[in-house]
Write a protein that binds this ligand. Structure first.
Ligand code: SIN
Length: 184
């Protein structure tokens, strides 16, 4: 589902669960820890434009359906005057297989709202899907792309989640494995 139409009267929020947590390179008015229910973060999306290259993709996170689970991330409130420009910027940044969704989001202050998030559908051409943690870690440890190493992506995400107090076991396990591997 593309969510292209927003009321100018409603504040526009973005929910980030991957690099958008630790590298929000867009203007916003406010950011808060936030969560979405029914999803889990997984390193199942291939990256050939940021953390890998065609033929040697990196692995970045997407959201998978996970009834009963809660995925923590960060929500950003945009200036209504800048909303369209920020969405266009994010559409470009997330163009390697992600699509916009509008999901029910819980802010850490208890407020509930809907936020735009970017999820990689399983049907996109760069989707890699599940693999053993060891295989995912080996791929991350080896991959580099125009935005930097895949290792940096994982470890920045791990540090941001740890700093927020909302550890993610999938991310923690991968970070432990990758830190034990040589820097490529
Ligand atoms: C996100 O951060 O919310 C989307 C995935 C990414 O850009 O890492």
């Amino acid at each position: 589902m593309r969510a292209n139409h927003y009321s100018v009267h409603e504040p526009l929020w973005i929910f980030g669960y991957g690099s958008l947590i630790w590298r929000a390179d867009f203007p916003y008015l406010e950011s808060r820890l936030a969560a979405i229910d029914g999803y889990a973060r997984r390193f199942w999306q291939g990256s050939t434009d940021h953390r890998g290259v065609p033929g040697a993709p990196g692995r970045v996170v997407t959201l998978v359906d996970a009834p009963g689970e809660r995925c923590w991330g960060r929500a950003y409130r945009l200036d209504p005057d800048q909303g369209a420009a920020v969405l266009a910027q994010l559409d470009h940044r997330e163009k390697n297989g992600y699509e916009r969704l509008r999901l029910a989001t819980l802010l850490d202050c208890g407020q509930r709202l809907h936020a735009v998030t970017y999820r990689a559908a399983t049907s996109n051409p760069h989707y890699l899907g599940p693999a053993s943690l060891q295989c995912i870690a080996a791929q991350i440890a080896a991959a580099h792309g125009p935005s930097g190493s895949n290792r940096e992506y994982l470890l920045e995400l791990q540090a941001a989640l740890a700093g927020s107090g909302h550890l993610d076991e999938h991310v923690e396990a991968l970070a432990r494995l990758v830190m034990a591997l040589p820097v490529a």
